[in-house]
Design a protein around this ligand. Structure first.
Ligand SMILES: *[C@@H]1O[C@H](CO)[C@@H](O)[C@H](O)[C@H]1NC(C)=O
Ligand SMILES: *[C@@H]1O[C@H](CO)[C@@H](O)[C@H](O)[C@H]1NC(C)=O
Length: 489
């Protein structure tokens, strides 16, 4: 059965490739030696309650990202891009922490689907593979799921279309993003973390994967951008993400580029670091030497700094895996900065001495004018978090009292989840992040990597303090002062 699907896909592929290649040739005709521009997609920012979704603890299959919606944390942002399936446009949440594309079906009426007014994929369009999937998301404190069936349809983003793309049509989910305007999730991580691809290979949870079969099936059954990479329709097997800071579009810069760097960004201004590889024993794709070991968009970090002081490493033991190397998931599916509990509590108590994580309702309050400086050292370079991405006002009318609510603890490393930190959307608002797949089937030839460039102005802390001072004098909401800050950038 699998071979049948594969062959049919190849036939359709060549038809499609002819079209794309023709399109590229036209562009090349005038400037043959110049790299092709990136395909660009504007990222829409939706105001939503603070939203963080990441890995499932203890999951055997390497699942992606989940969500953990905490209505009490106030308003945050949800980032979506338009993806077309079967000629219909769906706004889906951009998720570098998971690998599957899913959409809610018009038959989904349970849990979070109830009353959701997002665009839904019509069951009448559905060409099913009859493979059921359940994607589990969340951490030890929370968990969400999305369950449904894998189907095939032409999927396109930024005008690049792939026929017979496998996606999950969801009939039941408790993932609240559908309540806030997203029709599903668009996972941009590696094939090894794809539930849909595994299901199409008939892989049962916990059973061994034939690595060769799996790698060969990336081209037909892999995640959308991985398939585009394999089909060689992209100039460079890369995508980049920059997220805007505000919900009302004043920054207006959220951009996903596919196939190249954003226009005007010089590669030499980026710091490139390798993606952390997962040995088979820690949740990688098996013990074969040729197996791709990239599982997540995860990179090692040299150190974490608060006000220029290097913080001691976490002493929390890892859960049966390598505890020595400190790495971070780079994840748009998480709206917070998450780290080891001991280090996080130390940071919060340094900034807010009366904060007690064991007392319900205790908040890490800080004066807004403190503008704390938190930085991650990666590849020998410092990547600060803009103070606007680290603290938020306790009350929108009060420019003086803030809280450091964007930093929370996460679980220690475990099988399939080697990272200690998960750097979510606050990190993306402070940095341009470029994701390079390398060669997905032969990573030893061209390994995957991440490039980073800080957007934080050198005087960000000074600007924040000034803005808070002015706002406090005038009694103006800090939020509006933030816009002035941005204009000053
Ligand atoms: C990856 O490398 C292999 C071996 O060198 C090569 O055959 C294949 O075409 C490469 N894949 C891509 C997408 O360039
Ligand atoms: C940019 O430079 C890095 C490091 O030299 C390289 O790996 C990458 O392929 C280059 N280009 C792009 C667009 O990523």
């Amino acid at each position: 059965m699998f071979n049948g699907v594969y062959l049919t896909t190849l036939v359709l592929f060549s038809i499609f490739l002819t079209r794309i290649v023709a399109h590229h040739r036209k562009q090349c005709a005038t400037q043959p030696s110049i790299a092709l521009p990136a395909f660009e997609v504007a990222i829409t920012t939706i105001g939503a309650p603070k939203y963080d979704h990441y890995k499932a603890e203890g999951s055997k299959r390497i699942l992606g990202i989940g969500n953990n919606l905490d209505l009490e944390r106030g308003v945050n942002r949800l980032y979506t891009v338009p993806v077309e399936l079967g000629g219909k446009v769906f706004h889906v949440n951009l998720d570098t922490g998971s690998s599957d594309l899913w959409l809610v079906s018009d038959k989904c009426h349970t849990n979070a689907c109830r009353g959701a007014s997002v665009a839904r994929y019509p069951t009448s369009f559905f060409r099913t593979t009859s493979m059921d999937v359940e994607m589990l998301y969340g951490d030890s404190k929370s968990g969400t799921f999305a369950s449904g069936t894998v189907g095939l349809d032409t999927a396109s983003i930024a005008g690049i279309a792939l026929p017979r793309h496998p996606f999950a049509l969801i009939e039941d989910t408790n993932n609240l993003l559908v309540q806030f305007g997203a029709s599903g999730i668009f996972g941009l991580s590696f094939p090894a973390a794809s539930t849909v691809q595994a299901a199409l290979l008939g892989t049962e949870e916990g059973s061994d994967i034939d690595v060769d079969d799996y790698v060969h099936s990336i081209e037909s059954n892999g995640p959308l951008l991985s398939r585009m990479t394999e089909a060689k329709v992209l100039d460079i097997p890369t995508f980049s993400i920059s997220l805007e800071r505000h919900t009302n579009g004043l920054d207006g810069k959220g951009l996903l580029t596919i196939g190249n760097l954003p226009e005007g960004i010089d590669n030499s201004s980026l710091t490139w670091v390798p993606v952390r590889l997962y040995p088979g024993k820690d949740g990688g794709m098996g013990t074969f030497s040729a197996a791709p070991e990239e599982v997540r968009w995860e990179i090692e970090i040299d150190g974490v700094f608060l006000e220029g002081q290097r913080l001691p490493e976490s002493t929390t033991p890892a859960n049966g895996v390598d505890s020595e190397r400190v790495s971070a998931l780079i994840d748009t599916g998480n709206s917070l900065l998450r780290g080891p509990e001991d280090v996080v509590v130390k940071i919060l108590q340094t900034l807010s001495p009366r904060f007690d994580p064991n007392v319900a309702g205790s908040v890490p309050s800080v004066p807004c004018g403190m503008a704390p400086a938190l930085s991650f050292q990666i590849g020998g370079q410092m990547f600060p978090i803009d103070p606007r991405d680290f603290v938020s006002q306790l009350d929108p009318e009060d420019a003086v009292a803030c809280q450091a609510d964007n930093l929370v603890p996460t679980d220690p490393p475990s099988y399939g989840n080697l990272f200690r930190w998960s750097l979510g959307t606050p990190f993306f608002r402070s940095n341009l992040v470029v994701f390079h797949y390398g060669n997905l089937t032969h990573p030893s030839v061209d390994p995957p990597r991440i490039g980073l460039r800080s957007n934080v102005p050198a005087n960000a802390y000074f600007l924040m303090r000034e803005a808070v001072k002015i706002a406090a004098e005038k009694g103006t909401s800090l939020l509006s002062r933030f816009y002035i800050l941005h204009i000053l950038d």
